[in-house]
Design a protein around this ligand. Structure first.
Ligand code: UD1
Length: 433
């Protein structure tokens, strides 16, 4: 099994270029099959989640070609509209975003069957709002043998109120409604940058979607969509992870290919605890050379502080002076990394959805296990700071969402390698001393 081995202590210094947004890519790649024409998508992050989704898209008959590492040509015209279009394989069950094929295929073919979504184990992740939205558009939804089947004679626009702000449900309903008859209004919609990116992509295919990025999205259904060329926005969370890595290692990183506005919540917290953040047109630079201060954080839907940055921020707060409190208000099981950080010397107490963090002066290297994608990245940051060697196990989670994570860290001066055997670990230890 692949692991990371790290030796902490080096400040991360230099420049790093951020990949396309994984979560936008997952929506956009699924939506690409909604036309029979060719679609070219640029800035696709080359991570496991996007590769798995592309395999699934191929699996239902679409043509998928990589033009280069980050550019994909997709043609949904070769999908057999009369086939079952059933998306189920051992891989697709592992990624949550497989459910985007429900909305995309429901819109285009008026029916779809997809295996119940997997993804990170960060608490119960219901899909009731997706189902509510599909039903409101006139679809019948049926769940059996861990498959979801959606089918409609015709889809008709409707007024849909989301009881909880949900990124996935907003995107899924937006896709189906793009090809429904008449007008759909999604109220209490999610406002994340990738909602806007998926809406822009659909509009570039001829959809008529207004208001993405606000609470109310209005969609006027069109009969069909056409081919397009589109470039995905940069990954807000990958950027945020490197921002935290710069501050935690007392480094100096210029993070390129970002939209600074999307990073405001992270920038503001890093400044509050004493790091220096400089914003440029399409880059940010984070510098720190001293121990940072404590603060309180509550995760919230965008533009609030992103839950996907909560574990990384916890690492930095665990090293900051004083007591910090993190309240996780989106997912119920997102503190599983706390036990791992404890092994490294972290002092964090969890009570319900709150983590009380007593900052320590430093971490010591340990063997830890990545419990999920973002927590895994957080443990890597902890390992970069820790004294001695750290081994992060189960890096398959991290590879789902970070492109060339170890390479990028090495280029910034961090000591990290991917290893599979004890011999390789020893080799790394001998090399870095
Ligand atoms: C997406 C992101 C994930 C991020 C999350 C919150 C993707 C592929 N994943 O996940 O990285 O952590 O947004 O920013 O884009 N909920 C319901 N019913 C539903 C759907 C959601 O109650 O039908 C609840 C969830 O339990 C959670 C909240 O809504 O408490 C937000 O979840 P949601 O925004 O849907 O997250 P995902 O789309 O799964």
């Amino acid at each position: 099994m692949e692991q990371y081995v790290l030796k902490g202590g080096n400040p991360l210094v230099g420049e790093v270029t951020i990949a396309g947004a994984k979560n936008a890519a997952l929506g956009i790649l699924a939506a690409a099959i909604m036309t029979d024409d060719e679609v070219v998508i640029e800035n696709v992050p080359n991570v496991r989640d996007t590769r798995v989704l592309l395999q699934a898209i191929q699996g239902i008959g679409a043509r998928v070609n990589y033009i280069d590492e980050h550019t994909v040509r997709i043609c949904g015209g070769t999908i057999n509209p009369h086939a079952d279009n059933c998306v189920d394989d051992e891989f697709i069950r592992k990624i949550r975003a497989s459910y985007y094929l429900l909305g995309a295929m429901l819109g285009k073919y008026k029916k779809s069957s997809v295996a119940l979504p997997g993804g990170c184990n960060i608490g119960s992740r219901p899909i009731d709002l997706h189902i509510k939205g599909f039903r409101a558009l006139g679809a019948e939804v049926d769940i059996h043998s861990s498959m979801i089947h959606v089918e409609a004679e015709r889809l008709e626009g409707n007024h849909i109120y989301m009881d909880v702000v949900s990124v996935g449900a907003t995107i899924n309903v937006m896709m189906a409604a793009a090809l429904a008859e008449g007008k759909t209004t999604i109220e209490n919609a999610a406002k994340e940058p990738h909602i806007v990116d998926v809406a822009n992509f659909l509009n570039s295919m001829g959809a008529n979607i207004k208001g993405a990025g606000t609470d109310v999205i209005r969609i006027r259904g069109v009969e069909k969509l056409h081919g397009t060329e589109y470039s995905i926005i940069p990954d807000q969370i990958e950027a945020g992870t490197f921002m935290v890595a710069a501050a935690a290692t007392k480094g100096d990183i210029t993070i390129k290919n970002v939209i600074p506005k999307h990073l405001e919540a992270i920038t503001s917290k890093l400044k509050e605890i004493g790091a220096v953040v400089m914003e440029y047109d399409d880059s940010v630079r984070v510098v720190s050379n001293h121990r940072l201060k404590s603060t309180n954080i509550k995760t919230l839907p965008y533009p609030g502080f992103p839950t996907d940055m909560q574990p990384q921020m916890a690492v930095i707060l665990a090293l900051s002076e004083g007591t910090s409190i993190i309240t996780e208000s989106i997912f119920e099981n997102r503190f599983k990394y706390v036990d791992e950080l404890f092994r490294m010397g972290g002092q964090i107490k969890v009570e319900g959805n709150t983590a009380i963090i007593d900052g320590v002066e430093g971490f010591v290297g340990a063997n830890v296990v990545a419990p999920d994608l973002r927590a895994g990245a957080a443990l890597v940051i902890a390992g970069l700071v820790a004294e001695g060697f750290t081994i992060v196990d189960d890096i398959k989670y991290i590879l789902r969402g970070y492109e060339k994570f170890d390479e990028k860290i090495r280029a910034l001066g961090g000591q990290i390698a991917v290893v599979e055997t004890e011999k390789e670990i020893q080799k790394f230890k001998l090399k870095v001393g």
